[in-house]
Design a protein around this ligand. Structure first.
Ligand SMILES: C[S@@+](CC[C@H](N)C(=O)[O-])C[C@H]1O[C@@H](n2cnc3c(N)ncnc32)[C@H](O)[C@@H]1O
Length: 259
């Protein structure tokens, strides 16, 4: 699938489905500090079997999505890339496969404990990351956008961390446009994921995770936040019929000073 700029055509197309884009119930999902606490506790709880469940629940498609995410950075071998909310380090490993240098950052000490990557891993909050301005050539993130308390704050922090002209590639789940796929997706999220989660890991977490899709703004909202934070050339690429989505963008060069 060819990436498309998230411009007016995409915006109009999405406007018609913004409401139903969020097919999980909005009821009783936490916000602010409550959300941050729940997210950290939940990932601490499910860390041990997180990767296995990911593979099962995405029918192994997550591997291809991660490959595409790192390719879409378009950075040279040796580039230093931050894996934001790296969890158990899947994207760090993919970055290494594509000969880039990864550093991982995550809020959950248990996710980091189960990580299988030689990359340096840092325990911390992506909204106040302990790195210098412009420290990275790029940043990636896998399935973490909907877990953040504030996406605008996350993108502002990424704009601080990524050097001018550096690159961003962000993956998250999505709802397919095609009505048949959409119906199947709804069934899978409502019944398949919680049932498998209960059998193999934690029922509450795997009920929450599909519902947490409602936190994600529609594509034009994400593009707007990225642009406001200092990114340009924002593109969105639906993957696997739209069950997953990839956003890419470039850090705008700093404005030239005329003195
Ligand atoms: C769905 S997991 C994704 C893990 C990994 N990126 C992957 O591709 O499998 C979401 C991760 O986001 C982390 N996370 C959520 N909010 C965070 C924050 N504010 N700062 C850092 N990590 C955060 C969680 O601890 C969890 O490990």
């Amino acid at each position: 699938m060819v990436p498309s700029p998230v411009g007016s055509a995409e915006r109009h197309r999405q406007e018609g489905r913004t409401g139903s884009h969020q097919h999980a119930s909005q009821a009783a999902l936490p916000m602010g500090a409550d959300k941050a606490k729940l997210v950290r506790q939940m990932f601490d709880t499910i860390a041990r079997r997180y990767e296995t469940l990911n593979t099962v629940m995405t029918f192994g498609m997550d591997r291809g999505w991660r490959r595409r995410c790192v390719q879409a950075l378009g950075l040279q071998p040796g580039a230093h890339v931050l894996d934001v909310a790296c969890g158990t380090g899947d994207l760090c490993r993919e970055l290494a496969r594509q000969r880039m240098r990864a550093t991982g950052l995550d809020l959950s000490s248990e996710m980091l404990r189960y990580a299988r990557t030689p990359a340096p891993l840092v325990l911390g909050d992506a909204l106040a990351a302990p790195f210098k301005d412009g420290a990275f050539d790029g940043a990636v993130s896998g399935f973490a956008l909907r877990n953040m308390v504030d996406l605008g704050d996350l993108f502002a922090e990424l704009a601080r961390l990524v050097r001018p002209d550096g690159r961003l590639a962000l993956l998250d789940m999505s709802v397919p446009d095609n009505p048949l796929l959409r119906a199947g997706h709804r069934l899978w999220c409502s019944y398949g994921v919680p049932t498998l989660g209960a059998a193999l890991s934690d029922r509450a977490a795997y009920r929450y995770l599909p519902r947490s899709l409602v936190y994600l703004p529609p594509p034009e909202g994400i593009a707007e936040r990225l642009e406001m934070a200092g990114f340009a050339a924002v593109e969105r690429e639906p993957l696997s019929g739209g069950v997953c989505q990839l956003y890419t963008a470039s850090r705008r060069p700093r404005p030239r000073r005329w003195s």
